[in-house]
Design a protein around this ligand. Structure first.
Ligand SMILES: Cc1cc2nc3c(=O)[nH]c(=O)nc-3n(C[C@H](O)[C@H](O)[C@H](O)COP(=O)(O)O)c2cc1C
Length: 454
């Protein structure tokens, strides 16, 4: 293989029970320790020792009581609190939290991330999500359609940027003799009065060290991609196939350029859910074991939540889903892009309902690979070189062995191949990603409108 001309960026998604729905049932899975500090401290420190760019928290603030009987809550319990906790026990690794623009207020989010960025010395990232579920816990109004959710997200981000830019280190005078603390003429007004938000500002916290936390985005429908093109500095995406991943990457770069931004300033990170064993035989054995633990009904319910208005139980589990009985992809207002992944697999690649359910339990539609550390590294290298993005969000399937094998075996192989850093070169998440601090007062270009047709 030729010497690579660029290196991967790697974030690792933390889910205490593993990202495989059956992983908690493995002997020694540590599921009992999912709420203990030690689990998170160990995980974060191992990720940092491996020199990863960031740890990453997804967040879906909802629980299905029916699946709780067989399935522990996915993801972390609450990312901002956890980020603050982990800030104190790490020193270099970035910490990225998902926070929804549908269930939060921009002023709260701006101050939380501003403080996180200060106390981490510039290691905070915000994964901007619009959420497709959870509205019953936040006021009970039906969730708006995609277009409205993304329009709200655009406004939300605009407000937070104005808040972060309100006052900065250069605003401060700190003259003890005269008693002048700051130059109030340097304070930039927020005064935002839009369709969704009214925020006077300014923020009660000085501009974050990174200017803004690194702005991630996850949401890949056509309108979600346009929002990302205008806003995101890093994009977390899901794709099962290499072709899908390469097409997403190419499409996003085109959209970013069309939005007047430099595509080389955006990091695209597809998810990977590896099942790693010391040898291929061991990995296959773990895969078989974990598959046996997937609760079919719970995973079917989860899959069905992406495909509203149809009861999937009516279909033959050993046949592909009938296209004519399912909704048009563009009509789905929830997790449209995730539905598109499953629809592509069943309509264009012949996957049966049973296979789709298993994929849901295994990776929720993210790219799955099973094998030895060498094999996993090969696959990652192949996709990286083929143009699938700038690196990956690694979603370890089982703990602790599966994540340990990634940190301790796969990463060193990537390093030997010149595909991953040997040491951290900088101290902020922007440094790790090679992203500049945004100019104070920089605004989102072409932020509106986020129409489906464009
Ligand atoms: C890879 C990926 C990760 C996501 N993670 C979250 C999450 O942690 N919390 C959340 O509420 N929504 C999450 N979303 C959902 C998006 O915010 C969005 O609401 C949903 O996907 C619908 O938009 P889309 O069809 O444009 O993807 C995620 C979406 C993608 C594609």
């Amino acid at each position: 293989m030729p010497v690579p001309d660029r290196q991967m960026h790697l974030a690792v998604l933390v889910a205490a029970n593993g990202n495989h729905r059956g992983a908690w049932r493995r002997s020694g899975s540590n599921i009992e320790y999912a709420l203990t500090p030690q689990f998170y401290v160990d995980f974060a420190r191992k990720a940092e020792a491996a020199k990863l760019d960031a740890i990453f928290f997804a967040d879906v603030p909802v629980l299905d009581p029916k699946t709780l009987a067989v399935d522990p809550p996915s993801n972390v319990p609450e990312p901002i609190v956890l980020s603050a906790f982990l800030a104190a026990v790490t020193s270099r690794i970035g910490i990225v939290s998902s926070v929804s623009t549908s269930f939060s207020e921009p002023y709260n989010v701006a101050r939380q991330f501003a403080l996180l960025d200060h106390v981490t010395g510039g290691r905070a990232g915000w994964n901007i999500v619009t959420s497709a579920i959870g509205e019953k816990n936040y006021g009970g109004q039906p969730l708006p359609d995609q277009e409205t959710r993304y329009a709200q997200a655009a406004e939300f981000v605009e407000v937070t940027k104005r808040l972060w830019d309100g006052w900065a280190a250069e605003t401060l005078i700190i003259d003890r003799a005269t008693g002048r603390f700051a130059d109030s003429s340097d304070i930039r007004e927020t005064a935002f009065h839009g369709r969704f938000f009214h925020v006077d500002g300014p923020l009660n916290i000085q501009r974050p060290p990174q200017g803004w936390p690194v702005l991630f985005q996850a949401g890949a429908s056509p309108i979600g991609k346009r929002f990302a093109a205008a806003t995101a500095e890093a994009i977390f995406t899901a794709d099962q196939t290499l072709e899908g991943s390469v097409a997403f990457n190419r499409d996003m770069r085109r959209l970013i350029a069309a939005a007047g931004r430099d595509p080389s300033r955006v990091r695209i990170l597809p998810g990977i859910t590896p099942i790693i064993g010391a040898t291929e035989a061991e990995a296959k054995a773990v895969e078989r074991e974990l598959s046996g633990y997937i609760d079919f009904e719970a995973s079917l319910r989860r899959l069905n939540s992406y495909i509203p208005g149809v009861d999937l139980r009516q279909f033959d589990v050993d046949k592909p889903l009938p296209r004519e009985a399912l909704p048009e992809i563009s009509s789905v207002q929830g997790r449209q892009s995730r539905y598109a992944i499953f629809a592509d697999l069943t309509w264009n690649h012949g996957w049966t309902l049973r296979q789709l359910v298993e994929l849901t339990g295994r990776s929720d539609g993210h790219w799955t690979v099973t094998g030895s550390p060498e094999f996993i590294a090969d696959q990652m290298e192949h996709r990286f070189r083929a143009g699938a993005g700038d690196g990956f969000v690694v979603m370890p399937t089982y703990h602790p062995e599966g994540s340990d094998l990634f940190f301790e075996e796969v990463v060193p192989i990537l390093r030997v191949r010149g595909l991953f850093r040997t040491e951290y070169e900088g101290s902020t998440l922007r440094d790790h990603f090679g992203l500049e601090i945004p100019a104070r007062g920089a605004r989102t270009v072409n932020a509106e409108p986020f129409t489906q047709s464009a």
